[in-house]
Design a binder for this molecule. Structure first.
Ligand code: NAG
Ligand code: NAG
Ligand code: NAG
Ligand code: NAG
Ligand code: NAG
Ligand code: NAG
Ligand code: NAG
Ligand code: NAG
Ligand code: ZN
Length: 720
């Protein structure tokens, strides 16, 4: 607990008193209205009151009204570029995992070294031991680089090592995606089976723009980072300077042939299925058959048979144009340069970010120059994040055992069915869908599956241990252990190529503050980590739960019907199940949202929102808010009237919208704001409040906003 927590505690205490006093006065004033004075209600009221600035007119700027005091009270911490209610939940979760991973086993427990929890704890311990890591890392590093055939910048290079083979090792053992992404996933046009998938690469510098735009700070900082790291790895200074420039040159050329994200929204257009034979003919430079066979060299079927591919093997490509350009780009670069680029990316992704000083100091300088942080982040954060992503079900199993309230699951199930009903009702009243398309849409929402909290098998520690059976901890050797974990994680993904799609499988762990819609399986997923305040609490009045997790539920359902999700049918296959007239109408409505958001400016930096790349999320926010509100009104009819919150002079309809807005309370520094606008599919917090509420007649009514006021404009957009 830092001094900030203490200060916060004092403030909360003061506010509690204030809330109580206000409540007492309030009760005098409105004798007929019941006020809730349970500790839960008082706590909730104090959080609400300490966040909002009630001297702002809600019809003027609802975000300021809801978040004004929160923002004053929460400066951006030194080790992050931003702060928000949402991000703070993630921090709390990290902290909870830290405690669990550090917990001592009670006296007398027999330690099962094959248990998943034991492995996760060992990994975490190894990750924290900086002196041990510094003693050991170079040995593992040298072994891996040798397996790669050398890293030219460091003076070794085996020219007979083919790029196909080198990259295949990186993909299968380190799940690298620096040249292109290669993986196994359900086929978008045959959702029962898995298929090989190729997609464009993940770039190290956030997004395409940061390479292409003329000399920007980010590029320069990145070049310095590469050079400094090469020197730390004992490259000579001249080589380091030359090779750093060459790595950027190649990476820039690669970035230049990728497609901008906003151009990649139409997955049906992006999707191409090719055979390996066809790829050999049309993309002759890179030997794709050799590549895939190398990736699967150590992967077997359940009965021990090798997995091999031939000319008839099908591959799904997202954006075949990228591969065509890559096939022309590669021969323009000497294999030394390409190998240097790949080695750098491998090192950056798998080692650099958790190597102690002097490496951590170098990367800190890089982050600092990008305004990502001002002080180094304490080491345990990264260790928690890594183990949570490498062994998600192990960390999830201890998380849910200690922090998940099983009552939440039942309540959320009830809310989901109400919100689905609301969606269906709204659908019924639409006049822009033909009856045929309407019937399909109804079927899609009715067959949508739901996953809430965590998968049942997490209760059975034997099943979790079995899942991580092949994960091996090497005592005293962090990177050897981590690399083994990477390899086993990736093996589990690659093995699926010969297995049918398992619709029971969770695509995400439970220890996450997020929610998902999966188009391939037509399902919505709400991990345990999001089922907590500010989204949900059993102590909240139900209006606030509907404004919180309720809107999230509606948001995820709506993703099934946004510009991307609408392309999939109820079984998760891309297929034209809409008639052309309805599609045209849909696109008009979506365009309205796109234009509306494109006109919103983030005042802080004077830049407008990219309405195109945020379109899907904005459609989901707008639809989610509307459906959740409708569901709340229905819920209200069949339940006793909830008492008021002490000292909060707001109706429950108003609380619904207030809680929705308060989820997005937050601030970012200017550089981060620019990055977010350029890279995120989500609109920034203030816009996520402004957009959906200005489109909502329900909101205008709840706060009696006059027509034409900033939060109740005449022109409104709506898709769902
Ligand atoms: C609250 O809003 C008023 C009116 O806009 C403003 O003068 C005041 O500074 C705000 N307070 C906070 C804490 O933002
Ligand atoms: C566990 O054992 C240690 C050493 O025998 C002892 O000091 C400690 O108090 C014990 N803890 C508990 C919770 O019993
Ligand atoms: C770190 O590793 C060293 C060497 O193996 C060991 O002696 C030391 O106890 C470890 N430190 C911690 C805190 O585990
Ligand atoms: C990007 O590609 C375009 C079109 O091929 C080319 O004209 C341009 O020079 C490239 N830019 C960079 C930075 O490689
Ligand atoms: C293993 O299973 C595959 C696919 O089910 C089958 O084609 C192959 O013949 C089997 N091999 C052996 C040795 O049983
Ligand atoms: C898992 O455990 C929790 C808490 O002990 C229990 O409430 C829940 O019903 C269990 N789930 C299954 C599928 O057994
Ligand atoms: C709908 O539009 C698509 C693409 O424009 C076209 O290929 C298809 O034939 C049209 N279908 C009907 C029934 O008009
Ligand atoms: C509560 O709000 C209502 C309507 O906004 C207002 O008329 C009333 O005076 C307020 N009561 C208190 C105690 O502030
Ligand atoms: Zn979303």
């Amino acid at each position: 607990m830092g001094p900030r927590c203490l200060a916060a505690a004092v403030v909360v205490l003061l506010l509690l008193c204030a809330a109580l006093a206000a409540a007492l006065i309030y009760m005098q004033l409105s004798k007929e209205e019941e006020v809730c004075l349970t500790p839960g209600c008082i706590q909730t009221a104090s959080v609400i009151l300490s966040s909002m600035n009630s001297s702002v007119d809600p019809c003027d700027d609802f975000y300021e009204y809801a978040c004004g005091e929160w923002i004053k009270g929460h400066p951006i911490p030194d080790d992050a570029p931003s702060v928000s209610n949402f991000e703070n939940l993630g921090q709390d979760l990290e902290f909870a995992l830290k405690e669990l991973l550090e917990a001592k086993d009670p006296n007398g427990t027999v330690i099962d070294k094959n248990s998943a929890i034991y492995k996760a704890k060992q990994f975490y311990r190894l990750c924290l031991n900086e002196s041990e890591i510094m003693d050991e890392w170079r040995k593992v590093f040298d072994e891996v680089v040798k397996m790669f055939g050398g890293w030219p910048s460091l003076g070794q290079h085996d020219p007979s090592m083919r790029i196909e083979k080198l990259y295949a090792i990186m993909v299968s053992k380190f799940k690298v995606d620096s040249l292109f992404k290669a993986t196994v996933q359900p086929d978008d046009k045959n959702s029962e089976r898995h298929v090989l998938l190729l997609d464009q690469p993940a770039l190290n510098l956030f997004a395409r723009d940061f390479y292409i735009a003329a000399d920007n700070d980010e590029r320069l900082a990145y070049m310095t980072l590469i050079r400094d790291v090469l020197v730390l790895l004992k490259a000579d200074a001249q080589t380091a300077t030359r090779d750093a420039a060459e790595v950027i040159e190649f990476e820039t050329a690669l970035a230049n042939i990728t497609m901008a994200e906003e151009q990649r929204h139409d997955i049906a257009e992006l999707y191409t299925k090719m055979t390996l034979g066809q790829m050999t003919r049309e993309l002759p430079y890179f030997n794709w058959k050799m590549f895939f066979n190398e990736v699967f060299a150590d992967i077997k079927m359940k009965n021990g048979t090798d997995i091999t591919f031939d000319d008839s093997t099908e591959v799904v490509v997202y954006g075949v144009e990228f591969l065509r350009r890559l096939d022309k780009l590669l021969p323009q670069f000497h294999s030394r340069k390409v190998t240097n680029y790949l080695s750098w990316c491998w090192f950056f992704k798998t080692m650099l970010r958790d190597l102690p000083d002097p490496f951590s100091l170098t990367i800190f300088k890089f982050y600092k120059s990008l305004n990502l942080l001002n002080v180094q982040k304490v080491r345990w954060h990264g260790c928690v994040t890594r183990i949570n992503s490498l062994m998600p079900m192990a960390t999830s199993s201890i998380y849910v055992k200690n922090h998940f309230d099983h009552e939440a699951k039942e309540q959320v199930e009830e809310m989901i069915s109400l919100i689905m009903e609301a969606f269906t009702d709204l659908l019924e009243s639409e006049d822009w869908l033909t009856s045929e398309t309407k019937a399909f849409a109804k079927q899609k929402v009715q067959t949508m599956k739901q996953k809430i909290g965590y998968p049942d098998y997490l209760n059975d520690s034997g099943a979790v241990d079995q899942e991580y059976n092949s994960f091996i901890v090497y005592p005293g050797d962090y990177y050897r252990t981590k690399f083994k974990f990477y390899e086993m994680y990736q093996k589990d993904v690659l093995e699926r190529i010969v297995q049918p799609v398992d619709r029971e499988r969770w695509v995400a762990g439970a220890a996450l503050v997020n929610a998902f819609y999966s188009p391939n399986t037509n399902e919505i997923i709400f991990p345990a980590g999001i089922l907590q305040p500010v989204f949900y609490s059993k102590h909240f009045p139900s209006s606030m739960n509907f404004g919180g997790i309720g809107v999230v539920i509606g948001h995820e359902i709506t993703h099934g019907f946004d510009d991307r999700g609408r392309l999939y049918d109820n079984m998760g296959n891309i297929r034209q199940w809409w008639d052309n007239i309805t599609i045209t109408k849909f696109e008009e409505k979506a365009k309205c949202i796109e234009d509306q958001y494109s006109n919103y400016m983030l005042k802080q930096i004077g830049l407008t929102i990219n309405g195109k790349s945020t379109k899907g999320e904005n459609i989901a926010d707008n639809g989610g808010l509307k459906q959740a509100y409708k569901a709340w009104k229905r819920y209200e009819k069949s339940h006793p009237k909830p008492p008021r919150l002490p000292g909060v002079n707001l109706t429950h309809d108003q609380l619904f919208f207030l809680n929705y807005a308060q989820i997005w309370c937050g601030t970012m520094n200017d550089k981060e704001a620019v990055r977010k606008l350029r890279t995120s599919e989500h609109s920034p917090g203030p816009i996520r409040v402004k957009g959906p509420l200005s489109n909502s007649n329900d909101f205008a009514q709840a706060f009696s906003c006059p027509q034409g006021s900033p939060m109740n404009p005449y022109k409104k957009c709506r898709v769902w």
